[in-house]
Design a protein around this ligand. Structure first.
Ligand code: KIV
Ligand code: NA
Length: 259
């Protein structure tokens, strides 16, 4: 199988083929996801919650992202690996974003960086893209701004928010993003965005009118304690893990293990 690249994603869009994105945080899950047919592995800053026991993405550091992304890169063979730049490592200036991107790309070996934001971050996307960096944009619900919005609720419900999100989509696309993630926005707004921009639109909680879908590994597999309403669990791994461990624990206590 050929390596997935930025060009692969654009070609898939032109052929009307959906691309499949899943988050990954370590080498084992990266390999499992890739073998199961994922095209893109996103090392999301959601790792703060899924792996590090944090209650938001705000405290996640660049060093933590690099540590996990390097593991994912070691586990993949042909998937495209995207690393989220965490809060505070790109918002200050295009130069700060460039320095953070260089660290991530050189120290983890990943293929692209993802940054949150629309119109206001578009000049930063252009600055990175002009310097040869593959940038994935992320608009709609942007979890690094949770303290400002006060919730992880749906975005783009009012007319003014809709208009702002259309502007955001246009701005990040024109700035040179390779593709964009749209999170937790109404399906009809996603359809408008997908028809308007020329780059692939990857949805999460954004309806079917996308060129690909992304989910959080732990939500998809049923490992998370709770799932967002837009992320159905396709398995119940949490209870399977628990059952195996508790069966072994009782075998240890009763002396059945080891033989
Ligand atoms: O951090 C993350 O997992 C993400 C996806 C939900 C898009 O940004
Ligand atoms: Na993220």
């Amino acid at each position: 199988k050929r390596a997935v690249t930025a060009a692969t994603l654009q070609r898939a869009r032109l052929r009307d083929e959906k691309t499949v994105w899943l988050t990954a945080y370590d080498a084992v899950s990266a390999r499992i996801a890739e073998d199961a047919g994922c095209d893109v592995l996103l090392v999301g800053d959601s790792l703060g919650m899924t792996c590090l026991g944090l209650d938001s993405t705000i405290p996640v550091t660049l060093d933590q992202m690099i540590h996990h992304t390097a593991a994912v890169v070691r586990g993949r063979r042909h998937a495209w690996v995207v690393c989220d730049l965490p809060f505070g490592t790109y918002q200050q200036s295009p130069e700060q974003a460039f320095a953070s991107s260089v660290r991530v790309l050189q120290q983890s070996g990943c293929d692209a960086v993802k940054i949150e934001g629309g119109t206001h971050i578009a000049p930063t996307i252009a600055f990175l893209a002009e310097r040869g960096i593959a940038v994935v944009a992320h608009i709609g619900l942007t979890p690094q701004s949770v303290k400002k919005f006060g919730s992880y609720g749906k975005r783009g419900k009012s007319e003014s928010e809709r208009a702002a999100l259309l502007q955001d989509a246009k701005a990040v696309s024109e700035a040179g993003a390779i593709c964009m993630v749209v999170e937790n926005i109404p399906a009809d707004l996603t359809a408008e965005i997908s028809a308007m921009v020329e780059i692939p639109v990857i949805g999460i909680g954004a309806g079917p009118a996308c060129h690909g879908q992304v989910l959080v590994f732990h939500d998809l597999l049923g490992i998370s304690a709770t799932n967002p309403p837009f992320a159905p669990a396709y398995s119940d791994l949490r209870s399977m893990m628990s059952a195996a461990i508790s069966r072994w624990a009782s075998d240890v206590k009763s002396g059945v293990f080891p033989q």
